[in-house]
Design a binder for this molecule. Structure first.
Ligand code: PLP
Length: 451
């Protein structure tokens, strides 16, 4: 391990030593004590991936109560993209907290909300007139995007895709593809949701045009364009396995939607804000959605979400039809404004490309040495490895879970995903030093070799 003084944090973050440091096994005694209290006090339905008590985080590490410092390759699921406790976000939050913390924007409006809407209208894809509305969580943004599309079109049906993930509220559970753990036993789900096949190049062998034609033909036969309010899709599936659609798939869906008066909603809650090497994944694929949902990376860790779209679509709802008590909270808005400034000033989209180059190089080397890695894919700093039985190509969830657990035990936070549970996804904070990222990937390689 390099000396900690030579490991600087390239962007933001508190000055925590940027190192992997294990002083106990994981979980250590303090973490174990908290997890025991959690088991007694917190609903069993609320799980956890890393068995620690987190006490500090920044740059590329999460520090636990026992003094262990873990390399963070998950960024709290693509949330702390600018780095945890980025000094500019901290400053903006502290200043706003001291000023006022709440009025309810739909009672007494304030500038921060309007400024976030202006920023989102500016940075999201397309140069058409746009408007935004702010909410608390990704699921709430998705719910509102669907409400808005239905009101605008006067139609009810919504198309979602295989492997899609859109949240855990009732409507968004219905939109989400995977039953376990997201839906099982929680129905009935909302009506008028139709699921279509995705483009999944590693498994379907179709071109983007072929996969789009398949989905469009099913939509026309099973629903009919004149009943369809919206198509909602993640440009790269997040929870579904970091599935990158074949070239042309998204563009064909956008063109068909536009020709048929269907609102095309890009759910960029996981792909958004520099993660994929551009401000939005839609930019990477050269598409301009009608509506885009954002959350996760938007506010440097504070809870905020948004729906941004064509002005005429966003204005179709009657006054009072959209909103909520906390939506666009002033503290979260201050954090978002600081965060968006950091994305632009520090050119984090370019940083995501550099992080992605390291991830793809190292994972491709591992794949060449080990055929159990069937596929390495992603864009920017959103990269995944899919684990399979090399003989049959069948998903290997047991290996995936064993490797991920071994990484965590060795002080590297990795997250799994995928409909078949056989994908490890890498989405580090962009403030992670290169050396630390390389060390984290050394641990992944060693964990794989040991299983
Ligand atoms: C996380 C996520 C959501 C849900 O966001 P929450 O803030 O957890 O409600 C929706 N869509 C996508 C693509 C996500 O990754």
């Amino acid at each position: 391990m390099s000396s900690t003084d030579t490991l600087t944090t390239p962007v933001g973050g508190p000055s925590l030593p940027q190192e992997r440091r294990l002083v106990t096994s994981i979980p250590g005694p303090r973490s174990q004590a908290l997890l025991a209290r959690k088991a007694a006090a917190v609903s069993a339905g609320v799980g956890h991936t890393v068995p620690i008590e987190a006490v500090a985080a920044g740059g590329g590490v999460v520090v636990d109560a026992d003094g262990n410092s873990l390399i963070d390759l998950g960024a709290g699921i693509a949330v702390t993209t600018v780095g945890n406790a980025h000094p500019k976000v901290v400053e903006a939050v502290q200043a706003q907290v001291a000023q006022f913390v709440h009025t309810c924007f739909t009672i007494s409006p304030y500038e921060g909300y309007v400024a976030v809407a202006e920023a989102l209208n500016r940075v999201t894809p397309g140069d058409h007139a746009k408007k935004s509305a702010l909410f608390n969580s990704g699921a709430e943004a998705v719910e509102n995007a669907v409400k808005i599309a239905r009101k605008f079109t006067g139609r009810q049906a919504v198309v979602a895709f295989d492997h899609g993930y859109h949240g855990r509220t009732n409507l968004t559970m219905g939109l989400t593809a995977k039953t376990m753990p997201y839906k099982s036993g929680f129905g009935p789900f909302a009506p008028e949701i139709y699921r279509m096949p995705l483009s999944y190049p590693y498994r379907d062998g179709l071109t983007g045009a072929e996969a789009a034609a398949r989905a469009i033909s099913m939509i026309e036969k099973q629903i009919g364009a004149d009943s369809l309010a919206a198509i909602i899709i993640e440009p790269i599936q997040g929870e579904g396995g970091f599935i990158v659609p074949a070239e042309g798939f998204l563009g064909a869906l956008v063109d068909w939607s536009r020709a048929n008066g269907v609102v095309f909603i890009a759910d960029e809650i996981q792909t958004g804000f520099a993660r994929t090497g551009a401000m939005f994944a839609s930019d990477v694929f050269g598409i301009v959605p009608d509506v885009i949902t954002t959350a996760k990376g938007i506010a440097g860790g504070m809870p905020l979400a948004a729906v941004t779209g064509r002005a005429e679509i966003m204005d179709a709802s009657h006054v009072g039809g959209l909103g909520g008590t906390y939506g666009g909270n002033p503290v979260a808005c201050a954090a978002a404004l600081a965060t968006i400034e950091v994305f632009e000033e520090e050119d984090l989209a370019q940083r995501a490309v550099a992080v992605g180059d390291i991830l793809v190089r190292r994972l491709t080397e591992m794949q060449q040495a080990d055929p159990r890695i069937g596929d390495v894919r992603g864009r920017g700093a959103m990269v995944a490895a899919e684990f399979v039985d090399p003989a049959t190509g069948a998903p290997d969830a047991a290996l995936t879970s064993a490797v991920a657990k071994a990484c965590i035990a060795e002080g590297v936070i990795v997250l799994t995903c995928g409909t078949y549970g056989n994908v490890i996804r890498f989405l580090p904070p962009l403030s992670i030093p290169d050396e630390l990222l390389e060390e984290g990937l050394d641990v992944v390689a060693a964990s794989l070799a040991a299983h």
